[in-house]
Design a protein around this ligand. Structure first.
Ligand code: UDX
Ligand code: UDX
Length: 468
């Protein structure tokens, strides 16, 4: 039974990870049926929309992959039971938010959805099933999954199938895709990591990826190394951002320029140029959560110095957002009460509609608390998402950047959407109240051009104050 090739895949969780990952697998393995299931029926309906603009997530080129395989060998549904029952391999891609209460609150991941998925697999699966952890998880989560599945393997043997025996193998196969470039990251990954102890299952998963990925890029490890590697990879990336952001403050204080420093430092091949863009701090569903997990894990094992070291990455991230708010207030004569400000960009980075942990949330909330009136514009984020993230409807949301700037004192650029660079800045200048400020926290605008138009500008990591 175990030697059968993989014919049917199920993925639990039709989110930012599950959707694109399964679409790319389905594209490259047309003979495998891939069923992506989710408890959220509304989300499933959106995945099945004929109009690709209505997909629940925005990801460049995702529509092209779906054109090829949706309805052929890729299906989105809420048929969890049936999809699990016929699957040879099941990916778990559910969300694992940080716990808000109880043991480990604020640090540990809440694994209730993982547990729920494991229970569903235990109950509905038939025959031998390879269970693959796709969600980022604290180290040793596979143990939890294994323990739940084991109880089902011994207790419930389905009678209505020729696949009498119920057995499981557990693999860890963390996803390294970044939102906004997910399809490219899945098509051309730096590496694919597969952790496990059952070589046959590892080979089956590995063979799927080798259909389009160079075998040298497939790394096989044990389960715990795989789970830990994912946390550490994200922690290292986040660490670079906090490092460069800490230096951005030093640049502002001393007269150096962060882009020049980043270029000079990044030109050393050992350091590299990527992930050295200063900004309003990192957001997204993973970085903060994964570092908090690392901190929790370190404390659990009594490694307090290690925990403190990694926690500092988050402290700098939060401080960067706080200091940006403070300097906006300072530049606007010490008060923003009753002043209109435009926020450009609400997603946590460009080319995604995801707002999880977006710096725009904290910064907008802080500005609101100071009494500002906020006009928010983002090319992809829906109004309701913004209201929910901020926890209030007391903000004005606009469908275009130009509409959002009338009579505002300042524009605060928090996401590096390309369209911001291409806007008619002369017109914007005319529409704003004077003096007109632009705070470019992403270094994504043409500073010289804007200064020439007459704007006052602050850009992250540069000391110069112009046009007073
Ligand atoms: C990511 C990553 O998978 C994970 O590593 C990270 O820890 C958190 O977020 P993502 O795809 O971005 O997941 O999450 P999300 O877009 O929230 O999708 C998860 C989906 O799982 C949701 O659509 C949710 O409805 C679904 N879900 C959750 C189930 O189908 N069943 C459950 O029991 C719980
Ligand atoms: C990240 C990891 O890159 C990916 O491998 C993992 O699977 C999930 O988490 P993602 O969160 O989608 O991906 O986006 P990423 O491009 O890593 O950006 C994260 C945050 O860091 C964003 O808010 C981004 O704006 C910020 N960032 C990134 C910077 O501020 N400066 C940089 O130089 C790079």
């Amino acid at each position: 039974m175990q030697n059968r090739p993989i014919k049917n895949i199920c993925c639990i969780g039709a989110g930012y990870v599950g959707g694109p990952s399964m679409a790319v697998i389905a594209k490259h393995c047309p003979e495998i049926e891939v069923n992506v299931v989710d408890t959220n029926i509304e989300r499933i309906n959106l995945w099945n929309s004929k109009n690709m603009q209505k997909l629940p997530i925005y990801e460049p080129d995702l529509d092209k992959v779906l054109e090829i395989c949706r309805g052929n060998n890729l299906f989105f549904s809420a048929n969890i039971k049936e999809s699990i029952a016929k699957a040879d391999m099941i990916f778990i891609s559910v969300n694992t938010p940080t716990k808000t209460k109880g043991m480990g609150a604020g640090y540990a991941s809440d694994l209730k959805w993982i547990e729920a998925s494991a229970r569903q697999i235990g109950e509905f699966s038939k025959g031998h099933t390879i269970v693959v952890e796709k969600s980022t998880l604290p180290v040793r989560t596979a143990e939890t999954i294994r323990s739940i599945l084991k109880s089902h393997a011994t207790l419930k043997i389905p009678k209505d199938t020729e696949k009498k025996e119920k057995t499981f193998s557990i693999l860890s196969n963390p996803e390294f895709l970044a939102e906004g470039s997910a399809i490219n990251d899945l098509e051309n990954p730096d590496r694919v990591l597969i952790g496990g102890s059952d070589n046959e299952s590892i080979q089956k998963l590995s063979n799927i990826y080798k259909r389009w990925i160079n075998p040298d890029k497939v790394i096989e490890t044990n389960l715990w190394s795989s789970e830990l590697s994912k946390l550490v990879a994200n922690a290292f990336l986040a660490q670079r951002i906090s490092s460069i952001n800490s230096i951005s403050a030093l640049c502002e204080a001393t007269g150096a320029s962060i882009s020049e420093v980043a270029k000079a430092v990044g030109s050393d091949k050992r350091i590299g140029r990527k992930f050295l863009n200063a900004g309003p701090g990192f957001g997204g569903s993973c970085f903060k959560k994964d570092i908090l997990n690392l901190v929790y894990l370190s404390k659990f094992y009594g490694l307090y110095e290690v925990a403190n070291y990694w926690e500092q990455i988050i402290n700098i991230n939060e401080w960067q957002q706080k200091r940006i708010c403070e300097l906006i207030i300072k530049k606007l004569y010490g008060t923003i009460s009753g002043k209109k400000l435009a926020i450009f960009g609400f997603s946590f980075k460009a080319n995604t509609n995801d707002t999880r942990e977006s710096p725009s949330i904290i910064i907008s909330k802080s500005l609101l608390e100071e009494g500002a009136i906020l006009n928010i514009y983002d090319p992809r984020v829906k109004d309701q998402q913004i209201y929910t993230a901020i926890g209030s409807k007391e903000v004005n949301i606009f469908n275009s950047a130009i509409d959002a700037v009338k009579e505002v004192d300042a524009i605060i650029v928090l996401t590096e959407w390309e369209e911001f660079l291409l806007l008619d800045w002369e017109l914007i200048f005319k529409l704003m109240r004077k003096p007109s400020w632009v705070f470019d926290s992403r270094l994504c605008l043409d500073k010289i051009k804007l200064l020439n138009i007459g704007f006052n500008m602050w850009t992250v990591g540069s000391d110069t104050e112009y046009n007073f």
